[in-house]
Design a protein around this ligand. Structure first.
Ligand code: HXC
Length: 515
């Protein structure tokens, strides 16, 4: 064959590969409101930087007529490039080829880039759009999945792993995204479940649609499986880029700093945020947004367990993770879901050297049979454990309530926080005044002529003594009581002071976090 013919064969094969399952299937994909696997990569990876690997890989199966159906690439596009000028590996499942189903060769391609991402300390992004295990290939598909799950686990805490769900993701296939650090789901075109609506109907007799069972809204609000929702593929990809901008390339590195010019760091607006009435709610985001660099808050798990707010932000150009009780939702109480949500976020930040800021206004743990029977004990302990083992710089600001066990859990000094501030509005006590008075003055109140008046008096007495930050400060549990307006300036100074913090945990194989 002449050189020209060889080149033309190469071009022809490339053209064939670029078409995936063909024009008709691409059209069907677009009709569903979805981009193709290649269009998604074009949006994600910096222009001209994508280097594909395994474009000509084919399946090797000869069962069920597969010998007559071959598509170059085997339904997944894999490779590397840069995202905002920083290296990244990516795989993008091509629904136009066998419904993006995962088979032996398809899995091998993903595994290859996962191994490279690990060896090179570079994040990996998976764009999932797949009918699951390729049914015709049987057990080798299952083996392929397990090869991926295994690597997801080994890579956890070493390199950031991000999954976008941009189509179906069902059966055991959900377990790769489940192990990765963040899941982004596209509304109305993606779903995740272990068993689909038909099986659910047979087994539990429930009638449920795919959307209700495992759509983006369900996983963003009910299960917490997804961390971000996007209204379409483009928005999902933009969210991935934004997320990556806050996190380092691997566990040995620090996140990138943005240029920052120091100015007046006082924020007088913060002085008016806490209401006069201690039981009146306010939105903790007001405080977050006034403390951090302008418009830098990137909230994670926004619609799940809204009684706690978590997310990334920048403070004087540096990336930080924020965990904040939300008085505007369930009074900011800690419950099972909020503990799990915050614990996972704390562990991510700690694994990737992102300092933690805690804003605390918590009345305690949520009481009730539902919470106790569903193991608030074990789940609350997750957050306690996550903070206790975090070695990144950690600062807490108590804005109002810090009651009971929740005081200990929310990054108290006792569990290793580096700097703890309180506002003059802080109330640090074992419990709220009413509950405390009812218990410790039970006899006096029951013997009083006017029970209500006696209770109120004892409540006021308890409040006067304990509903302040001064006792904690006198013990050194609080380093400084600051005016709200000083918060940003103190935090910038504090994190700067902690910049070179190096702390080692006791040597062990691994801890045993209460799962
Ligand atoms: C092989 C598959 C496939 C699969 C889809 N296709 N899923 N081929 N294996 N798992 C093919 C279809 O045959 C079709 O091929 C093309 O992909 C597009 O599929 P459609 O059904 O036309 O598309 P749509 O109507 O959008 O429906 C998508 C779907 C449906 C909901 C995903 O295809 C479906 O239910 N697929 C099966 C899902 C499933 O049961 N997977 C196995 C789960 S068990 P043609 O040639 O007609 O275009 C599992 C175990 C993993 O994954 C365990 C890991 C531990």
């Amino acid at each position: 064959m002449s050189y020209e013919k060889k080149i033309s064969l190469l071009e022809q094969k490339k053209t064939e590969a670029l078409l995936g399952g063909g024009l008709k299937k691409i059209e069907q994909q677009h009709k569903k409101g979805k981009l193709t696997a290649r269009e998604r990569i074009d949006l994600l990876i910096d222009k001209g930087s994508f280097q594909e690997m395994g474009m000509f890989v084919k399946h090797r199966s000869t069962d069920f007529g597969l010998e007559n159906q071959e598509f170059l690439g085997d339904g997944v596009i894999t490779g590397y490039g840069t995202i905002n000028n920083r290296p990244a590996y990516v795989f993008s499942q091509d629904f136009t080829v066998f419904g993006g189903s995962l088979a032996e060769a398809h899995a091998e391609k993903i595994v290859r880039i996962m191994d490279l991402a690990m060896k090179n300390g570079v994040p990996i992004v998976g764009l999932n759009d797949s009918g699951g295990a390729r049914i015709q290939e049987g057990v080798v598909s299952l083996g392929g999945y397990a090869d991926i799950f295994y690597r997801n686990t080994l890579a956890s805490g070493v390199i950031p792993q991000i999954s976008a769900i941009m189509g179906p993701c069902a059966g055991g296939a959900v377990y790769s995204p489940a192990i990765t650090d963040f899941n982004i789901m596209v509304e109305h075109t993606s779903y995740m479940f272990v068993t689909g609506p038909n099986v659910v109907k047979t087994v539990t007799h429930e009638n449920v649609t795919s959307e209700d069972l495992g759509g983006a809204h369900t996983h963003a609000t009910k299960s917490g499986v997804s961390h971000f929702s996007a209204s379409n593929d483009v928005e999902a990809i933009n969210q991935i880029k934004k997320l990556l901008s806050y996190i380092p390339q691997n566990c040995e590195e620090q996140a990138l700093d943005l240029p920052y010019e120091a100015g007046n760091e006082l924020r007088p607006k913060l002085n008016g945020v806490i209401p006069e009435n201690p039981n009146q709610p306010y939105d903790i985001r007001e405080i977050i947004c006034d403390v951090i660099d302008s418009k830098s808050f990137f909230e994670v798990h926004k619609d799940y367990a809204e009684n706690i707010v978590v997310g990334f932000a920048r403070l004087a150009g540096k990336s930080i993770g924020i965990v904040a009780n939300q008085p505007a939702f369930l009074a900011g109480v800690l419950d099972i879901n909020s503990s799990k949500k915050a614990a996972r976020f704390v562990r991510f930040c700690d694994a990737f050297n992102i300092p933690l800021l805690v804003l605390e206004d918590v009345p305690g743990f949520l009481p009730g049979t539902d919470q106790e029977w569903n193991a608030i004990i074990t789940n609350g302990a997750k957050l306690l454990y996550a903070f206790s083992e975090a070695t990144v710089p950690r600062i807490t600001v108590i804005t109002r309530k810090a009651y009971g066990g929740a005081y200990d859990v929310m990054n108290s000094k006792h569990i290793g926080a580096d700097l703890n501030f309180a506002w003059p509005t802080g109330e640090i006590a074992v419990m709220g005044a009413k509950g405390a008075a009812e218990i410790i003055f039970k006899k006096e109140i029951s013997e009083a002529e006017n029970h209500a008046k006696a209770l109120k008096e004892k409540e006021d007495e308890y409040n006067a003594l304990f509903a302040n930050p001064y006792i904690a400060a006198s013990r050194g549990y609080i380093d400084e009581i600051i005016k709200p307006e000083q918060t940003r300036e103190r935090l910038i100074r504090g994190f700067k002071m902690l910049e070179n913090k190096a702390e080692k945990l006791p040597r062990k194989k691994h801890g045993n976090i209460p799962l």
